[in-house]
Design a protein around this ligand. Structure first.
Ligand code: SF4
Length: 346
């Protein structure tokens, strides 16, 4: 059964399985320019379960950042979502909400309380001329007008404590905190209003390896404690193998494999996913030989015919150069590669 064949009702309010928090279907995003529009995301489809961490991985230009901005409606022209939907299903059981169609006013009400984002650079997310605690107070009081200023400051200190930042740091300005502390503060800020879904865009890229481990451990602990779901985007597959429940591998704007982290580590099906897996040292074994992926990602303005990975693929066949492989389910995973067409569950 193909992914496209699994589409449900056109009505976003239609009930989703009760454990689904986000239902992304057929999402396409283009960049308009002087020439023909460039499609950066094509037919992206996945579901996110409550409390699940879904990793999205790919090289630069794979479309993962475009996907994040489309999911959160943070994209700016010339990027535009041309089709598809992103349906958020509140835990309350209220009807699903298509974020693509939502008015800016309704979207504002949903941000922080239901859906929040952690950006790559904490300095971009934090206001440099406001004390860190005051930024928590603002967010908390915008979404709960009954909350007193004193109670909001108490809550700010408590939230900072959740990510290991001492209460007295609430009165610091962002530049007075280390890079790791700032990034942890933005994670705490994203959790201020108890969202059901947190989108994280390369949140550990700007910190050292030790801090990276601490942040990942905190994300896992906080997820256990609060039960929010996460979409975590990174170029670092090794990091996702330790953090994510499932991983979507993107290439040239499409999901080319979607599988559990354990399956993707043990038996990646798509040659690109295999290449990514073999590009970093094994997690629990001595390093023998690291394989890179030859070549570079395709120019989205001039994609080759057929499979976009064909020019780099060690297993390329004749049909790969003319026929685009569809994302097909294979047991409880999906892969877009002609090597696995015949194994597809129909
Ligand atoms: Fe390689 Fe062909 Fe599979 Fe593309 S479809 S990844 S070229 S084997």
């Amino acid at each position: 059964m193909t992914i496209t064949e699994t589409r449900r009702s056109d009505d976003p309010r239609a009930a989703a399985p009760s454990d689904t928090v986000l239902d992304v279907e057929g999402l396409c995003v283009e960049y308009a320019g002087a020439g023909a529009p460039v499609r950066a995301c094509t037919d992206v489809t996945f579901q996110l379960r409550r409390g699940e961490i879904l990793g999205v991985v790919g090289e630069s230009g794979s479309g993962k950042s475009t996907l994040i901005t489309a999911l959160t409606r943070l994209q700016r022209p010339p990027a535009v979502t041309t089709s598809g939907r992103v349906v958020f299903h509140p835990q309350s059981g209220a009807p699903g909400i298509d974020l693509v169609q939502l008015s800016p006013r309704s979207l504002r009400a949903l941000r922080w309380t239901s859906l929040s984002i952690v950006l790559q650079s904490a300095m971009d997310a934090l206001n440099p001329v406001m004390r860190v605690g005051a930024q928590f107070v603002d967010v908390l009081r915008v979404h709960d007008r009954s909350l007193s200023r004193a109670a909001a400051w108490d809550e700010a200190r408590r939230l900072l404590g959740l990510v290991g930042i001492s209460a007295d740091r609430a009165r610091s300005y962002p530049h007075e905190l280390s890079g790791g502390m700032r990034q942890r503060a933005t994670i705490a800020l994203a959790l201020a209003c108890r969202p059901e879904l947190v989108v994280m865009d390369e949140p550990t890229t700007a910190v050292d390896v030790v801090m990276q481990r601490q942040i990942l451990a905190q994300v896992l602990r906080l997820r256990r404690e609060f039960g929010f779901a996460v979409v975590f985007v990174t170029h670092d597959l090794s990091l996702l193998l330790e953090l994510a429940d499932r991983i979507a591998v993107m290439y040239a704007g499409r999901i080319v494999e979607l599988a559990s982290a354990a399956e993707l580590y043990r038996t990646p099906l798509h040659p690109y996913a295999q290449g990514l897996r073999d590009s970093f040292p094994p997690l629990h074994a001595p390093v023998e030989r690291l394989e890179g992926i030859p070549g570079s990602p395709p120019d989205l303005r001039a994609l080759p015919n057929g499979c976009p990975f064909a020019p780099r693929c060690p297993a390329v066949m004749d049909r790969c150069r003319t026929e685009l492989p569809a994302l097909l389910t294979h047991g409880d995973r999906s892969v877009a590669c002609h090597l696995h067409d015949e194994e597809v569950v129909r």
